[in-house]
Write a protein that binds this ligand. Sequence first.
Ligand code: C5P
Length: 295
Amino acid sequence: MIRLAAPAKTNLFLEVPARRPDGFHELDTVFVALELADELELRPLPGGRIELQVEGGPDVPADSTNLAWRAAEALRQAAGRPELGAALRLTKRIPAGGGLGGGSSDAAAVLRGLDRLWETGLGAARLHALAAGLGSDVPFFLAGGLQRGRGRGERLEPLPRPPRPLDLVLVLPGFPCPTPQVYRELAPWLPGPEGPRSPAPLLAALAAGDPEAVGAELWNRLALPAFARWPRLSELERMLRARPGVTGALLSGSGSTLFALCASTDAAAGLATALGREGLTALATRTSHPEASSD
Ligand code: C5P
């Protein structure tokens, strides 16, 4: 049996330089893994059987439409071994459909875990290609940590481990923002003659380990169409920015989760408690930087 953590992610920077002819969008983004994580247990099964059990995610399908299941099927097909089977037990802690990459992370954890359990010997490049075929965010989760992503998000470059983890509070507005819709409504908001923004100032702030500077450099192009469609998100972001101990706030990926970056762990804990008392669903967490992603 193998047990793995499948961490959530957010994007500290997300620029969309252009729409691509294939219907996807060219990204320049900074992904970071979070301590908030789903848990996955994997056991081998005989006869090519795949089983999936989901705990704690009432809206998460426990069948072959789940990306975790599709990851298992894609892996054994790539290995050319249809007799391989597995029982997957997924404990959901990452809210689904919120721009935190939960489904993508589960799929990447299945690829990592079953690759070991089944001893496929496919190698890192084949795993990466399988991950990219499952979804734009899946390759990031093979290594996690802090990475810059370009292309659809699958062309990755590991970034140096920051001096200390960042503290943040996730706020769940209680409604979903469908990712394809947010991208569809992005056209009027794409960069004009001024050109795309560069993540260089954010990367410098991260390397310096300065939460004030990181907070000032947060950027997400997808917030423009999302805020136009769901004004509640923009209200919540403004409210978070004005809170004591908050250095910046941003929409996570295509939403609907927002995050507030905090100056300290105490500030994040205090903010999550205060927001909870005000009736919001809020969760303090930190960025997660496994040894493998450090330079
Ligand atoms: O790759 P994934 O399935 O996560 O993408 C979901 C949707 O998000 C795509 O169908 C597309 O509409 C949009 N998308 C995009 N450009 C990207 C990533 C996602 O247009 N780089």
